[in-house]
Write a new protein. Structure first.
Length: 277
């Protein structure tokens, strides 16, 4: 375990993934000993390119692998110190953990109001509290309030992403697992959504574990980051430190320090990643 992981674990650790391996179809090893943690009240980013295991990590936590013939074959995932491998997704929601899937999965034939209500399906505290939380969601997403009677299939991609996050908030979660929130969105919308994530974290005390290819934006908003390559964590640390790391700047941000060649000038740049040797 790295020093930064030890520091995190010593504080209030909400979610802990310890040395997990994931197999698909009993053959394909997708994750190879991944360990990470999320502090209570934190924003942690899982970073890396396509196919490195970010989404698989989130689905392992939320127990959504079985539908894709995947399974955790080694390691432990715990939430507030208790193993959660045997919980179904609905039980996990009741425990305070909800996932927003990649691709902005909204019910296209339902209005935004109705989509938000589906997020409260595990709640037993009555319509008054639920309606109050709908108003709270609209206070964070004023764009949605303007379109609340519109069918979700006819709103923009950015608004669908907001609707998916808003629906997750309706379960009153402690922790939101957020998969590729910036995918397919215009840069100004990405900034708007990440600003809202930051507000929710600071004002509503929601913790976020997000998987994101947009390393530059994620490191600006996250407190801690983990970089995945080929199913392994190859680097982790406080987001500010990762953003200044020469290798991260070169290989993930496309910025080259003076005297270092940009990866764009090197055909075999993957072989130059020292941590893969």
């Amino acid at each position: 375990m790295s020093m930064s992981e030890e520091t995190q674990t010593s504080q209030d650790c909400l979610l802990e993934v310890n040395n997990i391996e994931v197999l698909y179809n009993h053959v394909i090893l997708a994750l190879k000993g991944v360990s990470l943690s999320l502090q209570e009240g934190g924003i942690t980013a899982i970073l890396g390119g396509n196919g490195v295991g970010k989404t698989t990590t989130l689905k392992a936590i939320s127990n959504l692998l079985h539908s894709e013939r995947g399974e955790v074959t080694k390691g432990v995932i715990s939430y507030r110190g208790e193993p959660i491998a045997d919980l179904n997704p609905a039980a996990l929601v009741k425990k305070g953990v909800v996932q927003v899937m990649e691709g902005r999965h909204c019910f296209e034939h339902l209005t935004i109001d109705e989509n938000l209500l589906t997020g409260a399906f595990t709640r037993k505290d009555g319509s008054g509290a639920i309606n109050s939380d709908i108003d709270l969601v609209y206070s964070y997403f004023p764009r949605l309030k303007e379109r609340r009677k519109s069918l979700a299939g006819y709103i923009s991609g950015g608004e669908q992403q907001m609707c998916a996050v808003g629906r997750a908030l309706m379960s009153r979660p402690e922790t939101i697992l957020l998969d590729e929130p910036s995918m397919g969105l215009a840069p100004q919308l990405v900034e708007e959504i990440f600003d809202i994530i930051k507000d929710l974290n600071e004002k509503e005390k929601v913790s976020f574990l997000l998987a994101e290819q947009n390393t530059s934006v994620a490191l600006r908003y996250a407190h801690h980051g983990y970089i995945l390559e080929s199913g392994r964590v190859v680097m982790d640390g406080p987001a500010e430190e990762l953003a200044q790391n020469p290798d991260v700047k070169e290989f993930y941000l496309g910025i080259s320090d003076e005297g270092r060649k940009s990866f764009r000038d090197t055909r075999s740049y993957r072989r130059r990643k020292r941590w893969l040797n």
